[in-house]
Design a protein. Structure first.
Length: 156
């Protein structure tokens, strides 16, 4: 059986906890930026592909291209909604924390645990769904674009 004794103090655990939260926040921020950049770039690149590469030739199976554009547009929309949900989640968490802190101050000495495992409430859950949705829609758009390109550059 593993030895569960630790030399860490409660203060060390608190520091580690806040570091994990800060790192998680940074990862979410970078993820959002990356998927937005990829979806927006894919839209722009596909427009260049149609204009410059395929050019004057008849476009075969344009439905794949339109579906790819729709997927990338929905991906961007999903991530914008995710960012909005994130802002609302932070606002919700701040209001809840302020209320708990006020209650602690009024109770004069009686302390209540301030930590909340789900500080953003339902907004945080929706944010997570839209984040995953943005990535899935980007990948679907990429697959559809590959199919479109294979029809138009590979001789179909």
């Amino acid at each position: 059986m593993a030895n569960c004794k630790t030399e860490n103090t409660e203060n060390d655990n608190d520091k580690y906890w806040y570091r994990l939260l800060a790192d998680r926040s940074k990862v979410h921020e970078e993820y959002d930026k990356l998927v937005i950049m990829l979806s927006g770039g894919a839209l722009g690149l596909s427009l260049v592909l149609v204009d410059k590469v395929i050019g004057q030739e008849a476009i075969r199976e344009p439905g794949w291209l339109i579906c790819a554009w729709v997927m990338w547009a929905l991906s961007l929309t999903s991530l914008l909604i995710s960012l909005l949900m994130s802002m609302w989640a932070y606002g919700y968490a701040i209001k809840r924390l302020a209320k708990k802190m006020q209650c602690q101050a009024e109770s004069k000495g009686e302390t209540e645990e301030i930590f909340d495992p789900n500080p953003g409430g339902c907004f945080d859950k929706f944010r997570a769904v839209f984040n995953v949705g943005g990535a899935v829609l980007f990948i679907l758009g990429l697959i559809m674009m590959i199919i479109f390109v294979s029809y138009n550059l590979g001789g179909g």
